[in-house]
Design a protein around this ligand. Structure first.
Ligand code: AMP
Ligand code: ZN
Length: 477
């Protein structure tokens, strides 16, 4: 399998550290608000990657943190704490906010068929681990205390900017207006591992530490939670592209300084979902959430299909027009599958199955080309193979695509049946339905004269009968 690795900036053959096993870490949400559908694009594509790895036989262990402390409004370790900001906005405690939005996040994930990782660890439950790693970094000379905070000393590394060719001067561009340079830092790129002092409102959640009562920085949590559950060698680290710098850059700095060797081999970054006005945001414009899409009548899986139709390394523009096209495509797919299920299925053709499965794998093996994967699904529907083979392939691909296609098709069939069987409140409709039944019985008894009479009588009342393979339908003129 070829996978693009942000670290080497090339597509590389994926080879895990231990044959047959994959250790995978995902940056979890900062639970101060609902996830927007941009955040969820990242989680959908990471879910497809995990499911594909399992599909081709890897034993995957996936870990995710929940950022319930330490993520500041600026990624440069400045600004207010996002959790505290959320708590103030809703007049609740930080822990109440964290619980509410963690539950909301997993409820959105369930609707989008995003599997819950094997381990989910809130940062607030791992404080001891953070302290241990920070102590070790100080001992080794990678971290220093200044003005009450503990900083990572980036000048101690051979190479700090691993993902891009940043120069130290470029960082100045990133310093936003109104954000003062932190004079405690020895080097501009240094970042906080542990805070005991903040010039912003103080943290609600604080812990004892060897450096005073305080709270951890954001970056240290992902390094520690990953190493705690996945050990010193990580195969894949995932996240949105905005996390590459400074968050993932800092994670690599700390983790490798701690373990003393290369830590993570593959960096999988999902590019952004944007709106026509630019970057998706929780604070400006329409706050696009799964619930909002549902309230507008969209099935969340339509959004999943919308994401799968594009490559994860291309930014994607969200518009309702584009989502409508995905909704139409989804409905058509489901209807075609429903038609297959209603007919005679026949036998599964193992050879044809393998041929189509190979085509699907070729698409996904090519740096997770999900849109070609969806094309492989359409090719199955078009192919000259038995319906049983088609259904088997659709179910097989859906282990990765997660679109619940046959489930939706079965639901469609049931709904159609229920609509047909529903006893109408309208006496005229009830009469038509009774006459249709009487005509069917007449035909069965070979009393064609009576059957014709019934048809004529209904025609005089403006009702046309249409005989179809699924039974007699009618039209009121
Ligand atoms: P956060 O809750 O802010 O920590 O972000 C959760 C995940 O969503 C991270 O992996 C981010 O990199 C990712 N992310 C943020 N904005 C977007 C976006 N517009 N499109 C795709 N992913 C995003
Ligand atoms: Zn992270």
């Amino acid at each position: 399998m070829l996978l693009y690795n942000s670290l080497t900036r090339t597509r590389q053959e994926f080879v895990p550290n231990v044959e047959g096993k994959v250790n995978m870490y995902t940056c979890g949400p900062t639970v101060y608000h609902y996830a927007h559908i941009g955040n969820l694009r990242s989680y959908i594509m990471e879910d497809v990657l995990e499911k594909y790895l399992r599909y081709v036989g890897y034993d995957v262990k996936r870990v995710m943190n929940i950022t319930d402390v330490g993520h500041l409004t600026s990624d440069a370790d400045t600004g207010e704490d996002k959790m505290l900001k959320g708590a103030k906005r809703e007049k609740k405690t930080v822990l109440e906010i964290a619980k509410f939005y963690t539950d909301a996040f997993f409820s959105d994930c369930a609707k989008l068929n995003i599997k819950t990782p094997d381990v989910v660890a809130p940062a607030t439950t791992c404080i001891d681990e953070f302290i241990k790693v920070i102590e070790n970094l100080i001992e080794k000379g990678y971290a220093y205390e200044a003005g009450g905070n503990i900083y990572f000393d980036t000048s101690k590394l051979k190479q700090y900017y691993v993902f891009n060719d940043f120069k130290e001067e470029d960082l100045e561009v990133g310093v936003r207006e109104g954000v003062e340079e932190d004079s405690n830092k020895r080097n501009k790129a240094d970042f906080v591992l542990w805070f005991t002092k903040s010039k912003f409102d103080d943290q609600e959640l604080k812990w004892e530490s060897p450096w005073g009562i305080g709270y951890p920085g954001w970056h240290i949590e992902c390094s520690c939670i990953s190493m705690k559950h996945l050990g010193e060698y990580l195969d894949i680290h995932c996240g949105g592209i905005d996390n590459a710098f400074p968050h993932h850059t800092n994670e690599i700095a700390q983790s490798e300084a701690f373990v003393g060797h290369k830590w993570c081999n593959y960096w999988f970054h999902v590019h952004h979902l944007n709106t026509n006005n630019g970057k998706m945001s929780k604070s400006s414009g329409e706050f696009l959430t799964v619930s909002l899409l549902e309230s507008k009548g969209y099935d969340p899986l339509v959004y999943r299909l919308f994401c799968l139709q594009s490559h994860y390394r291309k930014s994607l523009v969200f518009s309702y027009e584009n989502l409508d096209n995905a909704a139409i495509a989804y409905k058509k797919l489901v209807a075609r599958i429903a038609t297959l299920l209603k007919g005679d299925l026949g036998e599964v053709d193992a050879e044809a199955f393998k041929l189509h499965r190979d085509a699907f794998c070729a698409a996904l093996d090519n740096d997770m080309n999900t849109s070609l994967g969806v094309t492989a699904l359409y090719d199955v529907l078009k192919a000259n193979i038995s319906p049983a083979t088609k259904i088997a392939l659709i179910d097989d691909f859906d282990k990765v695509l997660g679109l619940d296609l046959t489930k939706a098709a079965k639901k469609m069939i049931e709904e159609e049946k229920a609509a047909e069987e529903a006893v109408s409140d309208d006496p005229f409709i009830r009469e038509i339905e009774e006459q249709i039944k009487a005509r069917a019985e007449a035909k069965k008894a070979k009393n064609y004269a009576l059957a014709d009479e019934i048809r004529k009588a209904l025609a005089e009342k403006g009702v046309t009968l249409i005989d179809t393979p699924q039974g007699t339908k009618y039209q009121i003129n």
